[in-house]
Ligand binder design. Structure first.
Ligand SMILES: *Cc1c(COP(=O)(O)O)cnc(C)c1O
Length: 457
C-alpha cells in the first residue's frame, strides 16, 4: 500500500494562499449556453446592471479571462480565516476498513459556518467599491445570509435578507446572528413585495423557497436607489470566487505528492463543488489528468438526476433572465428537507453543461442515511457536519466501501462545506427516529416541469 505522509490537518501558510481566482469557463471546450432575456434574445452585460453591480455583471458574462486577480481588500479578509485545512480522515478510513485515502477540504471555520463567506466578501467588496449603499439577498438555511451579513458589515453596506419562511421558523438563531451583524431579516414570502403579497394571497401557508426569496430580494434591489442584489450560489461569478477552495486544495495536494482520483461534493446551486473542482476540471478538460467528479444531491430535490436540461427562470417569480441548466422547474417546491442549502430548483449553468457533456456524474441520496453518515463522521473527526455537507460524506463512504470490495487504493477528496451547529433540530429528529424521507413522485415533478418556459427549446 502506498504511504502518503499526510498530517490529519494540513494548513498552508497564509503567504501561500492563491492570489487569483480561476474561471472554469475559460478552459471549457464548449461554453454553457448564453443567458436569455424573456423575449428569447441573448442577454448582454448591460442588461444585468440594474440587478448586479458592474464588476460582478462583468464577471458573470466573462467566459474568456482565465485567472482573475483577487482584490487586496478581499485577500486581507480571506487571510483572517483562510487558507482552510485539507484534512485526512484516517479514523474514518480505519473504521470503514477501506484501502482508499479519504481527504476533505474543511470550509466551516468562520462565523457563517460554511464556504459562503468566500463569495460574500467578494460581492460586498465590489458593491462598496462602486459606491452602492445597500444590497439585498435571500437565504435558505441561513449560511449565506450570515456570511453576507458579516461581509456587508465589514464594508459598511446596508443589507436586507429574505429568509425562506420554513428556515426562519426552524432556525431562529440564524436570524439572531444576522441581526448581530445589523442585517434586516424578513421571512419570505413577506408582505413587503408584490411577488410576496401575490403568493401569500394564493396560499397564506406558503412556507417559502429559495426561488421565492430571490424574487423578493430582486424586486427590492431594482426599486431601491443605490441598492443591488447579490446571490450566494448558482451564478458564474460565485463559482469564480469559490475557486479559492480548489486552488488551495491543489497546492496542498502538490505538497503531499497526491492527486485525487475522485472528487465528491454536495450540490445545491453548485458553487462549492464548482469551486472545489476548478483546477482539477481544468486539468481533466485539457486531457492532463483524469479525475471522476460526483455531485451529490438530496433525493427530495434532485435537479441533476431527475431534472431537465432546459432554459428556466432562476426564481419562482420569473423575474430573472433565463439560464440553461438542470432544473426541476422554477415552480418546484421541495419538501421540508433539513439540508436547506440544497433546496433549489436549478443548478449552476457551468456544472450543468459539464454534467450534460459527460465530465461529471451525479447521485441523489435520502435524508436518513445522510444523517447516519453525519453522526459517524462527527464521532471520528470532531466536527459536527452541516446536513448539506453530509450528503458528500454519505457518498464518500459509499465510494470508500466500493474500494474495500475491489481493493482499489483510490484517493477520494470531498468538500466538507460547513458545520451543523444550527441544525440541531434535524439531528434531534434523527436521534429520536422521527425523521422522514420525502421523495417527489414523477407526477410531482411533471407538475413543475410542464411549466418550463418554451424558449430556446
Ligand atoms: C449553501 C450550502 C451548500 C450548497 O450550496 P452550493 O452552492 O451548492 O455549494 C452546501 N453546504 C453548505 C454548508 C452550504 O451552506
Amino acid at each position: 500500500m502506498t504511504t502518503i505522509n499526510a498530517p490529519h490537518r494540513l494548513y498552508l501558510h497564509e503567504d501561500e494562499m492563491p492570489t487569483r481566482w480561476y474561471n472554469l469557463r475559460a478552459g471549457m471546450k464548449e461554453l454553457p449556453d448564453p443567458m436569455l432575456l424573456p423575449d428569447g434574445t441573448e442577454a448582454q452585460e448591460e442588461h444585468l446592471y440594474p440587478v448586479f453591480c458592474k464588476a460582478l455583471a462583468h464577471q458573470e458574462m466573462d467566459s474568456a479571462t482565465e485567472y482573475v486577480d483577487i482584490p487586496e481588500e478581499v485577500l486581507s479578509i480571506y487571510k483572517v480565516y483562510r487558507p482552510s485545512p485539507l484534512c485526512r480522515a484516517y479514523d474514518l478510513e480505519k473504521y470503514l476498513g477501506t484501502p482508499a485515502r479519504i481527504y476533505y477540504k474543511f470550509e466551516g471555520n468562520n462565523t457563517s459556518g460554511s464556504h459562503k463567506l468566500n463569495s460574500a466578501v467578494a460581492q460586498a467588496y465590489y458593491a462598496k467599491a462602486e459606491g452602492l449603499t445597500g444590497i439585498t439577498t435571500e437565504t435558505g438555511a441561513g449560511q449565506w445570509g450570515t456570511a453576507l451579513a458579516e461581509a456587508a458589515r465589514y464594508f459598511g453596506l446596508d443589507l436586507i435578507v429574505y429568509m425562506v419562511k420554513v428556515s426562519a421558523e426552524q432556525k431562529p438563531f440564524r436570524k439572531i446572528m444576522m441581526e448581530t451583524f445589523e442585517a434586516k431579516v424578513l421571512a419570505s414570502p413577506s408582505d413587503t413585495t408584490n411577488v410576496g403579497r401575490a403568493l401569500l394571497e394564493a396560499d397564506p401557508d406558503n412556507s417559502g423557497s429559495l426561488g421565492t426569496a430571490i424574487s423578493e430580494a430582486i424586486e427590492v434591489a431594482v426599486t431601491t436607489e443605490g441598492y443591488r442584489y447579490v446571490l450566494g450560489s448558482v451564478l458564474n461569478q460565485v463559482l469564480l470566487h469559490q475557486s479559492i477552495i480548489g486552488l488551495e486544495t491543489e497546492l496542498a495536494f502538490e505538497k503531499l505528492g497526491e492527486y485525487p482520483d475522485v472528487i465528491v461534493g454536495c450540490t445545491g446551486g453548485g458553487s462549492n463543488l464548482g469551486g472545489l473542482i476548478a483546477p482539477f476540471m481544468r486539468d481533466k478538460i485539457a486531457g492532463k489528468k483524469d479525475v471522476r467528479v460526483v455531485a451529490v444531491e438530496p433525493a427530495s430535490c434532485p435537479s441533476f438526476t431527475r431534472g431537465e436540461y432546459a432554459y428556466d427562470f432562476c426564481d419562482t417569480g420569473k423575474t430573472t433572465p433565463l439560464a440553461r441548466m438542470y432544473t426541476l422547474g422554477s415552480g418546484f417546491r421541495p419538501s421540508a428537507n433539513h439540508a436547506g442549502g440544497l433546496r433549489y430548483h436549478g443548478m449552476s449553468p457551468i456544472l450543468s453543461k459539464l454534467y450534460h457533456d459527460g465530465y461529471m456524474e451525479a447521485v441523489s441520496v435520502e435524508q436518513s442515511p445522510v444523517f447516519e453518515a453525519a453522526k459517524l463522521f462527527s464521532r471520528l473527526e470532531t466536527i459536527l457536519p452541516a446536513p448539506e455537507s453530509s450528503h458528500a460524506i454519505k457518498a464518500t463512504i459509499d465510494e470508500a466501501l466500493r474500494c474495500k470490495e475491489t481493493g482499489e487504493e483510490k484517493t477520494i477528496l470531498f468538500g466538507l462545506t460547513g458545520t451543523g451547529y444550527f441544525d440541531l433540530n434535524a439531528y434531534d429528529q434523527y436521534n429520536k427516529g422521527t425523521m422522514t424521507d420525502r421523495v417527489p413522485t414523477d407526477d410531482d415533478l411533471m407538475k413543475s416541469l410542464k411549466d418550463l418556459p418554451q424558449i430556446g427549446a
